[in-house]
Design a protein around this ligand. Structure first.
Ligand code: XMP
Length: 518
C-alpha cells in the first residue's frame, strides 16, 4: 500500500519544493512557510500530477550534490516548466534550469564556499536587497544564460549568480538564501512569493488547521478512522484535528506496549479523558510486545518489530469495532526524513514510517502533519486550543524505552530505567528546567563497572543521562545543565536505584550523534 501524500485544497496557496538531495532542503520548505505560504517537500522524482496537486502556486528546485552534466544527475519531469506556475531554482536547481533551457554550466575557476560578496541588479526577486554578502557552496555555475534569461546578480568568480526570465517566470539563484548566513535571505522567498507568484502569504497555524481539516474530510469521506494515540504532542494534535474533521467517526487507541515511563499510561489516559473530548480505547498489549522483543538486540530490528506489532494491534481493534477504513498517525517530517527518502540516507526507521510492515489492513493511512516540524506542530496545537501542558510535553518516541535499553530488553532493565528516568524528570522539574530543555531521559547502557559502596566492591550498571536543546530535533546541542542539578541526579540515581553504581552524562550533539542512543 502506498502511503498517501497530503493534497491541499483549491483555496490554498501552495508551493512545492522539489528535493534534489542538498543539505538545506528542509530549510527551504520551512522558510516558505515562515513567509506565509504552505509548502511541501517532494522528491525530484515526483509525478507531475503529484506536483500539480489540487493547487500549485509555484515550484522551488533545491540544491544538490551532483553536476548537471554527470551521468546519473538528478532530473525532474520537465513539464514543471510548462505548468504556468513560477519556478525558482537554487544552486543545483538554477543550473538544472539553465541546462534544460539551453544555457551553459561549467566548473568555476574559483570555487566559492561560505561568505561571498555579491552585486545585485534591480529586480522584483531582489527587492529590498542590496549588494552585500551571501552564502555560496558550489563547484559549478552558469557561465552563459539560456536564451530569454538575463543575469540579475554576479560575484567576482560567478558572472551569473542569479538570473531571470520574466516572460516564462523562471528564476535562479546560485547562492543559498535559505541559510541564516545569507543576511535578508528570507526576503528572496518573500519576493518570490509576493512579487513573482502574486500570493497573499496569509498562511497561519489557524488557517492551516482549517485547510488540514478540509483535506482530511475530502480524503476519508464518510468512513471511520482509527487514531493511534501515544500521549505525545504529535498524535494528540493529529487526533484533535481529525476529531474536528470527522467527529464521532474517530476512535482513538492508546496502546500500552510495556515500554512506557513510570505511571505514564495512567497519567496520559486521565489527561485525555479530562481535557480532550476524545473517544479513547486503551489496550494492554504489554505481554505481546515484550514477548516479541525477547532476545532482540539490534536497534533496527527492535524498531521494525514495534512498528509491525502496533499495526497488528490497530487492525485487531478495528475489527472489534466492526471495521475502520483509515488509520490516523501523527507522523511528522523529521520521522520521514530520518527513515530514508528517495534522496536522503536512512538514519533510523521511525516506528511509524520505516518500521511499518509491508501489508497494512487499512484502506489508507491519514497523516495530516507529515510535512511539519515539531515546533510547527506545537503552534498548530496551540491554535487548536490544546492545553499548553500537553503541547509542550517533551517528545517521547513511539518505540518508547525499547530504544533506551541498549541490547536485550528485560523487565528488570526496564524497571531500573524507569526509576532513574523518573528521578531525572523530577529533578529537572524542581530546577524549573522541565520545559526549557527540549528532551531529557536516561539510558540503560548495559555496561557494568566496578565501584565501592559501604566499603564493599560492587559490579553494577552504568546509567547514561541525556539532555538536549533544539527547536526541531533535526539538529541538537547537548544541554549545559547546571552542575548542582547533575550532581543531585547522580546522587539520587545511585542512592535510590538498586544495581546502579555509576552515572555518566552524554555530551554529544546531533550531528554527529542522534538524540536517542538506538
Ligand atoms: P533521533 O534519535 O533520531 O530522534 O535524533 C529525533 C526525535 O524523534 C524521536 N524518535 C522517534 N519518535 N518514533 C517516534 O515517534 C520513532 O521511531 C522515533 N525514533 C526517534 C526522538 O525521541 C526525538 O525526539
Amino acid at each position: 500500500m502506498a502511503l498517501p501524500c497530503a493534497r491541499k485544497s483549491k483555496r490554498m496557496e501552495r508551493i512545492v519544493v522539489l528535493d534534489f538531495g542538498g543539505q538545506y532542503n528542509q530549510l527551504i520548505a520551512r522558510r516558505v512557510r515562515e513567509a506565509g505560504v504552505y509548502s511541501e517537500l517532494l522528491p525530484h522524482t515526483a509525478l507531475i500530477d503529484q506536483i500539480r496537486g489540487e493547487a500549485l502556486s509555484g515550484v522551488i528546485l533545491t540544491g544538490g550534490p551532483d553536476s548537471v552534466y554527470a551521468e546519473n544527475a538528478k532530473t525532474c519531469d520537465e513539464a514543471v516548466f510548462s505548468l504556468g506556475a513560477p519556478v525558482l531554482g537554487i544552486c543545483y536547481g538554477m543550473q538544472y534550469i539553465a541546462k534544460v533551457m539551453g544555457g551553459t554550466i561549467r566548473a568555476a575557476d574559483v570555487r566559492e564556499y561560505g561568505r561571498t560578496a555579491v552585486r545585485m541588479e534591480r529586480h522584483p526577486l531582489l527587492d529590498g536587497l542590496d549588494s552585500g554578502i551571501v552564502w555560496m557552496n558550489h563547484n559549478d555555475s552558469v557561465s552563459l544564460c539560456p536564451p530569454g534569461f538575463v543575469p540579475i546578480a554576479s560575484t567576482d568568480a560567478c558572472p551569473v549568480a542569479a538570473f531571470a526570465n520574466d516572460a516564462r517566470r523562471l528564476y535562479g539563484i546560485q547562492f543559498h538564501a535559505e541559510v541564516a548566513h545569507t543576511p535578508k535571505g528570507n526576503l528572496i522567498f518573500l519576493n518570490f512569493l509576493k512579487n513573482i507568484c502574486g500570493l497573499k502569504c496569509d498562511y497561519t497555524p489557524a488557517g492551516l488547521a482549517d485547510s488540514l481539516i478540509e483535506e482530511v474530510r475530502g480524503k476519508v469521506g464518510s468512513a471511520r478512522v482509527l487514531g493511534a494515540l501515544s500521549g505525545g504532542v504529535d498524535s494528540s494534535v493529529a487526533s484533535v484535528l481529525v476529531h474536528r474533521a470527522v467527529g464521532e467517526r474517530l476512535t482513538c487507541i492508546f496502546v500500552d506496549h510495556g515500554l512506557l515511563r513510570l505511571n505514564e499510561a495512567e497519567e496520559v489516559l486521565a489527561f485525555y479523558r479530562d481535557k480532550l473530548n476524545l473517544n479513547i480505547i486503551s489496550v494492554d498489549a504489554r505481554r505481546r510486545f515484550l514477548d516479541r522483543l525477547a532476545g532482540v538486540t539490534e536497534p533496527e530490528r527492535k524498531r521494525k518489530i514495534i512498528g509491525e506489532e502496533f499495526i497488528r494491534v490497530f487492525e485487531e481493534e478495528a475489527k472489534k469495532l466492526g471495521g475502520a477504513e483509515w488509520l490516523l498517525q501523527g507522523t511528522i517530517y523529521p520521522d520521514i526524513i530520518e527513515s530514508g527518502t528517495a534522496t536522503g540516507a536512512k538514519i533510523k526507521s521511525h516506528h511509524n514510517v520505516g518500521g511499518l510492515p509491508e501489508t497494512v489492513g487499512f484502506k489508507g493511512i491519514v497523516e495530516p502533519l507529515r510535512m511539519l516540524f515539531k515546533d510547527e506542530v506545537r503552534a498548530l496545537g496551540e491554535s487548536l486550543g490544546i492545553a499548553h501542558g500537553l503541547v509542550w510535553r517533551q517528545p517521547f518516541p513511539g518505540p518508547g524505552l525499547a530504544i533506551r535499553v541498549i541490547g536485550e530488553i528485560t523487565e528488570d532493565k526496564l524497571g531500573i530505567l524507569r526509576k532513574s528516568d523518573y528521578i531525572l524528570r523530577s529533578e529537572l522539574a524542581a530546577a524549573g528546567l522541565a520545559q526549557k530543555v527540549w528532551q531529557y531521559f536516561t539510558v540503560f547502557t548495559g555496561i557494568q563497572t566496578v565501584g565501592v559502596m559501604g566499603d564493599l566492591r560492587t559490579y553494577d550498571y552504568v546509567i547514561g543521562v541525556r539532555a538536549v536543546t533544539s527547536t526541531d530535533a533535526m539538529t541538537v546541542e547537548w544541554a549545559e545543565l547546571p552542575y548542582p542539578v547533575l550532581r543531585r541526579v547522580s546522587e539520587r540515581i545511585i542512592g535510590e536505584v538498586p544495581h546502579v553504581n555509576r552515572v555518566v552524562y552524554d555530551i554529544t550533539s546531533k550531528p554527529p550523534g542522534t538524540i536517542e542512543w538506538e
